[in-house]
Design a protein around this ligand. Structure first.
Ligand SMILES: NC(=O)c1ccc[n+]([C@@H]2O[C@H](COP(=O)([O-])OP(=O)(O)OC[C@H]3O[C@@H](n4cnc5c(N)ncnc54)[C@H](O)[C@@H]3O)[C@@H](O)[C@H]2O)c1
Length: 341
């Protein structure tokens, strides 16, 4: 069987992870081309990798007929333009989240995907984390009955650079969006309203780019039920990602992954290791599993994409609703929001 030939566009923090996963963990695929606007990111990252084509202009990668599929791992404000061009070049597309910071540009990109009849998957990788997936399966097997509440905590280890943050869309569109998607995924119902608060508790200088380092989001769902999300860009004790789902027949929880699992007990108490340090360690398997899932839907044309354009659009709408709620200090109803946009 022919292997799927991938081109990776953007060789930064996440692009390198995708490059390594496709090269080492996905036998049905290989990376034959990379493109990064910064040549140093290509030469600096490809020492041990065999990649046939290297470009600084992504259009050249898209013009390479041997490339079957692309991974878009450039800054968020470039995704929509690259999706449009990739769809026209008839490539299957895996794009990092979100598609864009604006609903209008997201819809234009999705139309181009539909018009060109190509596959598009969005990188909501947490859905593919083995623990999240197990929890999702147990919910669907009715192990905890009807869900009343989803709680997620996502605290990262360090605040990204201002350069990254400037093109990221801010904490709600860049960070909370993963939790928003996760709450909707686990609840299995659509969000009815959003209320959000945010502050700069670690770094007051984020005011210069109108961003925050700490956020709280409360969601209500159609048909009842709530979700609560707490986000921090920085945590002093490691990458803190936990989740709890409370239903009328039980509760499911996901704990942190620890650097080491041994514990030391003595008369003063119990000592153990803290959580792993960053997303590349915590979610390494999720990134590989999401791309493997994408490859399966390329190889089986009738298999639907697991996380598609509609999921991306709804997650973006929720994140923008959170941003509006925070700025206008009010609850935002998704119906009102959708009418407005
Ligand atoms: N799924 C996740 O867990 C996760 C984690 C981190 C980032 N992301 C998303 O991935 C995307 C990239 O984030 P990152 O942290 O890797 O960013 P980064 O800044 O580390 O890397 C971006 C790379 O894209 C290159 N680039 C910029 N414009 C380009 C263009 N027009 N053509 C080709 N290359 C270009 C840059 O030179 C850089 O190497 C963002 O959309 C972000 O939201 C997702």
């Amino acid at each position: 069987m022919k292997r799927i030939n991938f081109g990776i566009i953007g060789l930064g923090r996440i692009g390198i992870i995708h490059l390594s996963n496709i090269s080492n963990r996905i036998p049905e695929a290989q990376v034959i081309a990379v493109a990064d606007a910064n040549e140093q990111n290509i030469s600096g990252n490809l020492t041990a990798q065999q990649v046939k084509y290297k470009f600084t202009d992504f259009h050249q990668l898209l013009a390479t007929t041997e490339v079957d599929a692309v991974v878009i791992a450039t800054p968020t404000n470039t995704h929509a333009e690259i999706i449009l061009a990739a769809a026209q070049a008839k490539k299957a597309i895996f794009c990092e989240r979100p598609i864009d910071l604006s609903i209008e540009k997201t819809k234009i990109a999705l139309k181009s995907v539909r018009d060109n009849n190509v596959k598009l998957m969005i990188g909501f990788n947490r859905r593919f984390n083995p623990n999240c997936y197990k929890i999702y399966s147990m919910i669907n097997a009715q192990k905890i009955g009807r869900i009343h509440l989803v709680k997620t905590t996502s605290r990262e280890t360090s605040i990204p650079s201002k350069k990254y943050l400037e093109s990221s869309g801010g904490i709600f569109l860049d960070m909370s969006i993963q939790d928003l998607d996760m709450c909707r995924f686990m609840m299995g119902r659509e969000v009815e309203s959003v209320f959000a608060l945010a502050d700069r508790l670690w770094d007051p200088s984020l005011a210069s780019i109108s961003d925050y380092d700490t956020a709280l989001v409360t969601l209500t769902f159609e048909g009842g039920g709530f979700a609560v999300i707490d986000n921090s860009r920085k945590s002093d004790y490691g990458f803190d990602h936990r989740m709890e789902i409370f239903g009328d027949k039980g509760m499911l929880e996901m704990q942190n992954e620890l650097v080491e699992t041994h514990r030391y007990h003595n008369r003063e108490g119990v000592q153990g290791s803290g959580p792993v340090d960053f997303f590349n360690e915590r979610y390494i398997l999720s990134y590989a599993r999401e791309l493997r899932d994408f490859c399966s839907s390329i190889l089986s044309p009738n298999r639907p994409i697991s996380v598609g354009g509609t999921d991306a659009l709804i997650a973006l709408e929720m994140a923008i609703a959170a941003k509006i709620s925070c700025h206008e200090k009010r609850q935002v109803h998704m119906s009102e929001f959708r009418l407005k946009h």
